[in-house]
Design a protein around this ligand. Sequence first.
Ligand code: CUA
Length: 310
Amino acid sequence: MDSSHEQSALHPAGPAAERISELWWLMASLLGVAFLAVAALVYLAVRRRAGTDTPPLGTLRFILVGGVAVPLVVSLVLLIDSLGVTRALRLPGTGVTVEVVGHQWWWEVRYPDLGIVTANEIHVPVGRPVRIMLRSADVVHSFWVPNLAGKMDMLPDVINRFWVRADRPGIYRGQCAEFCGLQHARMAFTVEALPPAEFQAWADARRPKPATEAAPPPAEHARGLEVFMASGCATCHTIRGTGATGRVGPDLTHVGSRNTLGAGTVPNTGGDMAGWIANSQKVKPGNLMPRSYLAPADLHALVRYLRSLE
Ligand code: CUA
């Protein structure tokens, strides 16, 4: 999908983001007018002082209207509209449920009803409400995909729920919006909204297969899998259908189909993946993955195997 959208709360692509951007424009215009009015009064006051003694706007009536009544009305309008937006964010209906777990510094993405586990790239069907359940595995993160919805904190031990709906297909960039450590800035994700039939095909291709259908990797990738199992990768990562069941790092069952590595840090190319495995600390210092000391042939086999996992 090539339709990538600029990450902006002012380019809404769903009902929640639309209401938020309307509120933003209302606030910006009302407060912009208030700012200009105050600036004009300050200007008048400064200019008057030199010439005349009587301030032209110093009557009690002006103070009551301009200083009390108007600000009260403006604040009330904004309050009422904000409450309306909060109500509108509670999208009704049932739809796909996605669990997103924040980690330092990546996003675990789970579809409990579909049995799919992935990372950093969320797929949703266009036009359908998607229930998002947020929590954190460590510190406080914040889930923010401005084209689709407002921010929501991700807390350890508490599940925060909200809804999003994407009304146009495309890829929407999201970003962690709560400082969560050294690589907070490199904690990006995408929400890819697919037409319902395409979403179904995406899900069907990734749904866990019954054990009878799960095939071992082809012979050409046997060495890669062997390196993966023997070099400590499997302690932290899961690849479904193999003996690798680690839960510390991202699930790699379909890593070959992802667009980026390291939560949006580098593109998912062979070279970048090899560099990441060899020494991800150079690419994203402070992340939990230690550097590896693989022989070049083993690293090559490992990368070829991982990239085959679509
Ligand atoms: Cu996670 Cu900032």
